[in-house]
Write a protein that binds this ligand. Structure first.
Ligand SMILES: [Zn+2]
Length: 424
């Protein structure tokens, strides 16, 4: 049990891995849990270290992605602690967890009942709102990652901790980048997904992407964009319209529902009027007949899954792969082992059981929703002297190399592993 004068931070998940994020902060008899995610390998979910729900006084949920939210229903088998998050995050989390249950129900150790119980415990908060949990203060701050995403400033009786969740300091079409005052932060718990990679300059990236898409469509082809349902799909559509692509755009799969939910939350969209205008110009694909129609003419089709692991995009892929005047546009990091990564690395993709060479029709544009290496370094540089950095949510090599870079700059940094505890 932590005393008044010390704060204990424990890494339950996301130590040296991207997935199943879960951190607890304890001080003077109170404990808050920051995220409780899942790691999906094939269809089998892996969860963070077990926690006892009765020992948790409150949960803070940074955003809806399953690697941050997908384990939470496990805490609600019998009652459970309050969850502080945005209403938008709660709604999108519901969409994503229901989808996971549909696909992997057999492997997931909870059911709809626990999801409902969890939702009953949501206490909505918004940007810059503070709540108090038995002497620990939680403040939600815009994280710029996906609509509704938050970071948390956690103030205990002896320290101020900033938990970034996933974050992006760069403005995108959809979101304002994260801006945080780090001057009072003693401990920074930071994601390191892109700690070894610099992102391309955003406006140039947008122009390059749009001009390639236009070239394909003007040449009579279909530009297929496999994209994540939440955030990325809507961002891609917004980028194309902003770059004056005025041809047809179809939006399919869970990206449609996510867009509909987002429309109800103007506060979490940077330029809401523009967003609604763009969404009105997009055709939402409802069912098979419209799907057939979408592949008849040149245009853009945006559809999950972003790494070609199932979803509506597979229908389109089977069709467009037959004609090499079409294009496949990968617009996010592809996790090793996914069909999207195999396509990127080898130019080959399995369609109807056959491996097909699509190297001359595959394009990659790095539209990330995470801070890149330069942004992470700029962020850390704002810390006061003597502050500690705990790195999580990154591949082992990337995270350790970034730890060494920070140590070289005289910063007390550690690439944390699962099961590590830090007492301050
Ligand atoms: Zn995320």
């Amino acid at each position: 049990m932590s005393s008044k004068s010390e704060t204990v931070i424990r890494i339950h998940g996301a130590g040296l891995q991207i997935g199943r994020e879960a951190i607890s902060v304890s001080n003077d008899g109170a404990t808050v849990l920051l995220d409780y995610g899942v790691l999906m390998t094939d269809r089998k979910p892996e969860f963070p270290e077990r926690v006892t729900p009765s020992s948790i006084n409150a949960v803070f949920l940074s955003h809806a992605h399953l690697d941050h939210s997908g384990g939470l229903p496990l805490l609600y088998l019998r009652g459970g602690p309050p969850i502080y998050t945005t209403t938008l995050t709660a709604k999108i989390t519901t969409l994503l967890i229901e989808d996971m249950l549909n696909i992997s129900r057999y492997y997931v150790p909870y059911e709809d009942l626990e999801l409902r119980e969890m939702l009953d415990h949501v206490h909505p908060i918004t940007f810059n709102q503070k709540v108090h949990v038995k002497g620990i203060e939680l403040e939600g701050i815009n994280a710029g990652h996906i609509p509704g995403s938050l970071m948390a400033k956690v103030r205990t009786k002896n320290s101020t901790i900033l938990f970034t969740g996933d974050f992006n300091t760069t403005d995108t079409r959809l979101l304002a980048g994260a801006k945080v005052d780090l001057s009072d932060v003693d401990i920074l718990i930071m994601e390191s997904t892109y700690a070894s990679t610099d992102h391309p300059e955003r406006s140039q990236l947008e122009r390059d992407f749009a001009s390639k898409v236009k070239e394909i469509v003007e040449g009579g082809g279909i530009a297929l964009v496999p994209a994540f349902a939440v955030g990325r799909s809507q961002e891609i559509v917004s980028v194309l319209r902003a770059q004056n692509y005025d041809g047809p755009i179809y939006l399919d799969g869970m990206a449609r529902e996510a867009a509909k939910i987002m429309k109800g939350f103007p506060k979490y969209i940077k330029n809401y009027d523009e967003f609604t205008k763009v969404m009105k110009s997009v055709r939402l694909v409802k069912g098979n007949r419209e799907r057939q129609r979408a592949i008849q003419k040149p245009g853009v089709i945006v559809s999950p899954a972003g790494m070609l692991r199932g979803g509506a995009v597979m229908f389109y892929l089977e069709h467009i792969i037959k004609d090499h005047k079409n294009g496949i546009f990968l617009v996010s990091f592809q996790i090793p082992g996914t069909p999207g990564r195999v396509l990127l690395d080898t130019g080959k993709i399995a369609v109807e059981g056959k491996l097909i060479d699509a190297s001359d029709m595959t394009y990659f544009y790095d539209f990330s929703a995470h801070s890149g290496r330069k942004e992470l370094l700029d962020f850390v540089k704002q810390l006061k002297g003597g502050a500690k950095v705990i790195l999580i949510h990154g591949e082992p090599e990337t995270t350790k190399a970034f730890q060494d870079t920070l140590r070289g700059m005289g910063i007390d940094a550690v690439a944390a592993n699962n099961g590590d505890s830090f007492t301050v």
